[in-house]
Design a protein around this ligand. Structure first.
Ligand code: IDP
Ligand code: MG
Length: 163
């Protein structure tokens, strides 16, 4: 019993949900598979996944914190320019881990091996979005997903991923 409660306690620490979006350039360039592979292989669990075309209203809500910045209008145009793939993943330290896999905002600063470092060269065409904190990830995924859409399941590799 003690073992079980300790196990659950440990597993619960830093378990987070992260919001990820493959932007229109990622979709158009055929990178959906590459991106999802990188997210999956690190051990994160996909609990929600959908393709959609963002409306201007959704885009403005998503990027509300950037309103007024010089790149804002271009960003709204870019993110609504074609279909995107929206995803919610779950895992220990999911936000920090995802941001590491995604790489720096400007692909010029993103290390090789990161998604932006490997697939992009301009800041305004940087393939992927990822929430920068668990709180912001929740605000963002709530624009695109209802809570009931998330699938609760246990992956058989969890005991080999979590110590
Ligand atoms: P992040 O996507 O790494 O979190 P943010 O600073 O939150 O970076 O910016 C959101 C998005 O806005 C970036 O991913 C990028 O597409 C775009 N962006 C940020 N800064 C610039 C810029 O200086 N010029 C053009 N686009 C920018
Ligand atoms: Mg951001």
């Amino acid at each position: 019993m003690l073992f079980i409660s300790l196990y659950f306690f440990d597993f619960g620490v830093n378990m987070e949900r992260e919001f990820i979006m493959i932007k229109p350039d990622g979709v158009q360039r055929g990178l959906i598979g590459d991106v999802i592979t990188r997210i999956e292989r690190v051990g994160l669990k996909i609990i929600g996944l959908k393709m959609l075309q963002l409306t201007k209203k959704m885009a403005e809500e998503h990027y509300a914190i950037h309103k007024g910045k010089p790149f804002y209008e271009g960003l709204i145009e870019y993110i609504t320019s074609g279909p995107v793939v929206a995803m919610v993943v779950e895992g220990k330290n999911a936000v920090k881990l995802t941001r590491k896999i995604v790489g720096a905002t400007n692909p010029l600063d993103a290390h090789p091996g990161t998604i932006r470092g490997d697939f992009a060269l301009e800041i305004g065409r940087n393939i992927i979005h990822a929430g920068d904190s668990p709180e912001n990830a929740k605000i963002e995924y709530s624009i695109y997903f209802e809570d009931e859409e998330f699938v609760q399941y246990k992956k058989i590799d969890e005991e080999w991923i979590y110590e």
